[in-house]
Design a protein around this ligand. Sequence first.
Ligand SMILES: Cc1ncc(COP(=O)(O)O)c(C=O)c1O
Length: 379
Amino acid sequence: MRVYLDNAATTPLDPEVFEAMKPFLLEDFGNPSSTHAHGRKVRAAIESSRKKIAELLNCTPGEIIFTSGGTEADNAIIRGAIQTYGIKHVISSPIEHHAVEHTLATLEKQGDIKLHFVRLDEKGHVDLAHLESLLKEFPNALVSLMHANNEIGNLLDVQKVGELCHQYNAYFHSDTVQTMGHYKHDLKQLKVHGMTAAAHKFHGPKGVGFMYINKDKKIKPMVYGGAQERNMRGGTENTYGIIGLAKALEICYREMAEHEAHIVKLKNHMIEKLKATVSGVSFHGDSDNLNRSLYTVLNVSFPESEENEMMLFNLDLQGISASGGSACSSGATTGSHVLGAIYPNSKRGAARFSFSKYNTIEEIDFAVSKVAELFKVSV
Ligand SMILES: Cc1ncc(COP(=O)(O)O)c(C=O)c1O
């Protein structure tokens, strides 16, 4: 048996998405910028994909700009907002994804901005009172705080943070890469100015994503070239990727309640089984709290043990694909900057299990039995 429990890293493509993409890989190969029939057909399909996404998110099509994925979208919003509005102070957290963290660290090193980290509580949640005091001290700042943490799943109250940002005239960017397709984002309600998505996190293809840029808070582009994406991102569009992205999001919205109920069941089952089999097990961040964490992510904290060092390697050998930290840097030998920020002195082990609609209870049982074997407990 081989079990895939690393869906926060990437998800398998939905066959319905593949079917939607196929014609654009084979027959409909035109360049959407061409004005002849081949080009016009693809242009129409891209624009209808944009319209579909805008309808789902309750925004206007002009506010959706296609990119190569989450990293590019995060970079473009952060760099664009800073440049366009002459922003000097950025408020963020030490547990952002590297797409945000490394971008901000580079800008600070260059002397472009001063970076301020908001305080986190003992579970890794943003301290909103401290955020407000930073906003008061540095009005007109850029705030970059992720909707859900990709390692521990902690959820941010985006509505509340948006209102605070509005009050202090801050530009609010939220990395929504892990929540897109799993929660409904209503952009008429949320006071967010920039938001990001990557299709491969919700059963779409890799190498394509989008950014939402609020029409009243436009920014300068990061990539210059042709007039594609309303001059916001030069370069021939990833046509089949965009078609697949829109189809994947459409499926997510269509079946969200059903998928959420299924995945919540898997997550609860894993929490209960682990607690019953591995003594001293706990959960990093707030990942075992269904009300304040992304339902697709469970970050398990294992007691200090010799087994911890090789745990992911051994789980892999036993047929389980899981991850030890940020998916994007799995394989890297450095520890998790997220766990390091919340638990600076911890020697406990960590494994992130992340679920999708394709996982089953049997797979969870199999994974828990292998974890138990590593800790030499019989199930
Ligand atoms: C929260 C978050 N932001 C950004 C990204 C980067 O997305 P991409 O790999 O599509 O560039 C990831 C990917 O793991 C992520 O989890």
